[in-house]
Design a binder for this molecule. Structure first.
Ligand code: FAD
Length: 308
């Protein structure tokens, strides 16, 4: 890892009072004998407070919790949201139009629609949040039963190997997926942004960027020179970046709120963001011990927004 990055990690860990150790190159090689670390590299290992979240189980748990709290869950795409103008004064109703033609009528709507918040007419066109969408890709490498014994001990790690962010990123230990196969996963740091929102769908349907795939394979080979995956899959995905790297949790109109902008880190704080946003929309006021302004939405067109 780069020394600046090591320093930043240590500063955060100290602040959070998380148990951790700084390991020299020699100590890294001793602790993880089945891995290789380049000369001069050092690492910070967090001992008791780090771990791995299974996103499929996380989403399942969150949906179950919502269901148990009385939510009805509809798995359909929302094509449009509009405000009914013909309601009596003081009782405006929103119409949420789904792709299968249903219309759900509601007094309030909270959008938690990630990268797709701006790609469908869900918000008034002059009140779009200022988010930038970044292409990202992960590589899943299938692990054989023979390799699994050794690779089980791989830590969940962030790595910093070079000035090229295609060679910096994260490595997840072997995980068994719903298809019964076990994979290592590796991904890279943020590289840039889409110029047009319309490029997103094409990116999701494609095979990622070939050069990035090769760089990710190079990083795996650097850490695990003897590992021969049975197969590999490229997974294109998209990160939603806000202006200040914090999620926007705010009301866009008196009736429509948003909780958007994971900045590539939204899974870990999803419970808390959900809690803040649910409080905001149901209570109609900010109810949290961090300032509201930290999460204030910034609009694509500040001039129009400032007139509100
Ligand atoms: C490869 C990869 C690795 C990552 N690793 C980590 C990590 O290690 N730790 C971490 O904390 N975060 C990580 N993240 C980031 C994390 O996954 C995101 O920040 C998080 O999922 C954002 O949550 P969200 O609810 O805002 O948006 P999303 O998870 O994108 O959820 C939005 C939901 O809204 C739905 N939706 C959108 N539009 C509509 C519509 N019109 N109608 C109906 N439904 C709609 C979508 O289908 C989706 O289910 C990673 C992301 C990627 C891509």
């Amino acid at each position: 890892m780069g020394s600046d990055h090591i320093h930043d990690c240590q500063t955060s860990l100290k602040l959070l009072e998380a148990e951790h150790h700084l390991l020299s190159h020699k100590q890294l090689m001793e602790r993880y004998p089945f891995m290789t670390f380049e000369d001069g590299h050092e690492g910070v290992v967090e001992l008791s407070t780090c771990g791995l979240v299974n996103p499929r189980k996380l989403v399942k748990a969150q949906r179950t919790a919502a269901h148990l709290q009385g939510c009805d869950i509809m798995t359909t795409i929302v094509d449009q949201i509009y405000e009914n103008c013909d309601e009596p004064l003081g009782s405006k109703i929103l119409s949420v139009v789904t792709a299968n033609g249903q219309i759900v009528r509601s007094r309030k709507v909270l959008l938690c629609t990630g990268a797709f918040t701006v790609t469908k007419p869900l918000l008034p066109p002059h009140l779009l949040p200022d988010i930038r969408l970044a292409p990202s890709q992960a590589l899943k490498l299938e692990v054989s039963a023979d390799d699994l014994e050794n690779l089980r001990g791989i830590p969940m790690m962030e790595f910093w190997r070079s000035k090229d962010d295609r060679e910096n990123g994260y490595l997840c230990p072997p995980v068994t997926y719903p298809n019964g196969k076990t994979y290592l996963k590796i991904g890279h740091e943020r590289l840039g942004y889409f110029e047009r929102y319309t490029d997103v769908a094409e990116w999701y349907r494609g095979d990622g960027d070939q050069e990035v795939t090769e760089k990710l394979k190079k990083s795996i080979h650097a850490f695990l020179p003897g590992f021969e995956p049975l197969s590999f899959d490229v997974h294109p995905c998209v990160l939603t970046a806000t202006k200040n790297n914090l999620p926007y949790i705010d009301m866009i109109t008196p009736q429509i709120g948003i909780a958007v902008g994971g900045n590539g880190e939204g899974a870990r704080w999803s419970y808390e963001v959900g809690k803040i946003a649910a409080n905001m929309i149901t209570k109609g006021q900010w109810d949290y011990d961090l300032p509201k302004d930290n999460f204030k939405v910034q609009f694509q067109d500040q001039i129009v927004a400032s007139k509100l």
